[in-house]
Each structure stands twice: as C-alpha cells, then as structure tokens.
Design a protein around this ligand. Structure first.
Ligand code: BDR
Ligand code: CA
Length: 312
C-alpha cells in the first residue's frame, strides 16, 4: 500500500484516529507529525508518543512541528479534551518513546519527496505544519498523492464559534494556504459528516480487548459529556478517525468538487469555511467536499479495527 503521514494535535479523537491507523495500516505509516492545537505542541507530542507505545507501535517516528498557529495566538480546547488532551486516560502510563529530531514541516516535504506521487497526508489538527511546508516548497502539491483533512463545516453550525469548526478556527491563515495551494486531490472531512459518525457507550461495550476498551471508555467520558451538553445526544463525534477512515475506505463518503475558502478577516466569522456550492464566484473547484457518509459502515470498520490484537 502507499505510505501515509498523519499530522495530529493529539486530543481525544486524534488518539482514536492514530489507533485506527495503527490497527489497520501500521506498516504504511511513514511518520506522525505533531502540531499545536487542542493542546500545546509538547502535550500533543507526548500524547502521540504515549498512544503509539500503548498500541505497540513505537517504531513509528514522531516529529514535532509548529508551537503556534502561523500568526494567531494558540487556542487550546481543554474544555473538550481535558487538561492533558486525553480526557485523563493513560495517566499512569509513562511513555519511554520520545519525538525524533527533525521539524515536522521539513519531514512532510522529505517524506513526500522520498516517494513522489505516492504519499497520502492525513491532517487532523490545524493546518499549520502543511502550510509551513508549502511556504517552503510550493510545488509540493504536485508530488502528494492526496491530502485528507478534518476541518471546517460547510452547511451546519461551527463547534467553536457559531460558524467555525475548531481546526479552521485555530489557524485560518494556514487553512487558506492549504486550500489555495493547488493540490490535485484535497479532501475535506468536515463536521457535516463527522457529526454523523457518533460513537456511543453501546459501541464501546462492543470492544473486546480490555486495555483498549478501558482506554476508550476513560478517554471519551468527558468528550461524550461535552458533546451531550452541546448537542443533546449522548455520544461523541469521531471527527479525526473519519479522516483516517476515508483514507482506508474511500467509498465511505460521497465527495463533490467545489471552490472552498476560509474567512480570515472578520469580526464574527474568522475560521468559517465558505463553500461555493453554486459556483457563484466562478472559480475552479479546489476541494473535494465530503457531503454524505455511510456512518454504519464506518462505525463497524472502527470497532473491528480496535478489536484486532494489539501489535499484530
Ligand atoms: C476537530 O477539532 C478538534 O477538537 C478535534 O480533535 C478535531 O480535529 C473537530 O472540530
Ligand atoms: Ca484533532
């Protein structure tokens, strides 16, 4: 299979995305890069190393990236992900694994250029690292197989402001750079679809490996609580795992090509993703927007992956 690179700001659902990737495509993960987002860069990196060691995948290299958004102040989401970003799970687990030396944007460029045309980038945090890579090497777009990013919302409400999703809100300038860069295949996995892939306590009951079941139950407890408070449904959205799911099984979603931009200069709407569904602006499409998802198939794939023996 083709190599994949994950770029993460490891909070609760990024961790689940890493677990899904490790359980299904461990040998294809070229490396994981970290970015400041839900939590600080240090915390995101520590969480990533912890999850990899927990999943017996500590051979996968981890590279630290940007400590802040391109020009804005960091906006952490402790209310959603807890103080440590993992909802307090794996507190007693001290990972030996450390990040490798190398700066994430450089490692993104190097990983892509080692296998031109083959690498899929899966981005589950603010797009700062990829934007920095593009600022350094704009023609990178020609050499990437596909970018799949979790971010934005094109029809519904935001989850940080009334209109903005977290990843595009946290670094809207970076999101704009990525959207305008000219990637031949740039897939957006937004709240429109991730709010349909809901993990419930009944799903967690179906996990068969005790260590994984305990971890998922513990880490998602505050995540479910917060989702219930905000949305009235006792569940949590598998935002970042769905981005991995789309890479594993493209048929899970229906994607349509549109021109998409992100607001960066507004009093109320910074970070809002704007999708030109009717091509009113007359621009060429730049994004494949996921408009429908087979939620049942994805949830089955997710549970099945987590029920495989760890480290197999
Ligand atoms: C996104 O924001 C973060 O809180 C999650 O990890 C996910 O990447 C959802 O809006
Ligand atoms: Ca994330």
């Amino acid at each position: 299979m083709n190599p994949i690179l994950l770029d993460v700001d490891t909070g609760i659902d990024d961790a689940l995305a890493i677990m899904l990737a490790v359980q299904t495509r461990k040998d294809d993960i070229a490396c994981i890069t970290t970015v400041c987002g839900n939590v600080s860069l240090d915390q995101a990196t520590e969480n990533t190393c912890k999850i990899l060691e927990f999943m017996q995948a500590d051979q996968i290299p981890v590279y630290r990236g940007s400590e802040s958004p391109l020009i804005r102040k960091s906006h952490y989401e402790h209310r959603v992900h807890g103080q440590d970003g993992l909802g307090g799970a794996l507190k007693e687990f001290t990972a030996k694994k450390q990040a490798d030396s190398g700066f994430a944007p450089d490692r993104i460029i190097e990983t892509v250029m080692e296998r031109p045309g083959e690498v899929t980038l899966i981005m589950t945090g603010p797009l700062t690292n990829l934007a920095l890579a593009l600022l350094k090497k704009p023609d990178l777009v020609k050499h990437v197989k596909e970018v799949i990013f979790m971010g934005g919302v094109v029809k519904g409400m935001g989850n940080v402001t009334p209109v903005a999703e977290y990843n595009t809100y946290a670094d809207p300038e970076a999101a704009r750079i990525v959207l305008q860069a000219g990637f031949p295949k740039l897939t957006q996995v937004g709240l429109d679809v991730t709010r349909q892939t809901l993990l419930t306590e009944a799903h967690i009951e179906r996990l068969t490996i005790p260590a994984i079941k305990d971890y998922v139950a513990q880490s998602t407890a505050i995540y479910i609580k917060r989702y219930e408070e905000m949305n009235g449904v006792r569940a949590c959205a598998l935002h970042d795992p769905l981005a991995v799911g789309v890479a594993l099984n493209p048929d899970l979603v229906t994607r349509n090509a549109y021109y998409v931009d992100v607001e960066t200069a507004s009093r109320l709407c910074d970070g809002q993703m704007v999708c030109d569904f009717q091509n009113r602006l007359g621009h060429e499409a730049n994004v494949l927007v996921c408009e429908e998802v087979n939620q049942a198939a994805f949830l089955e794939q997710f549970i099945e992956a987590l029920n495989k023996p760890i480290g197999a």
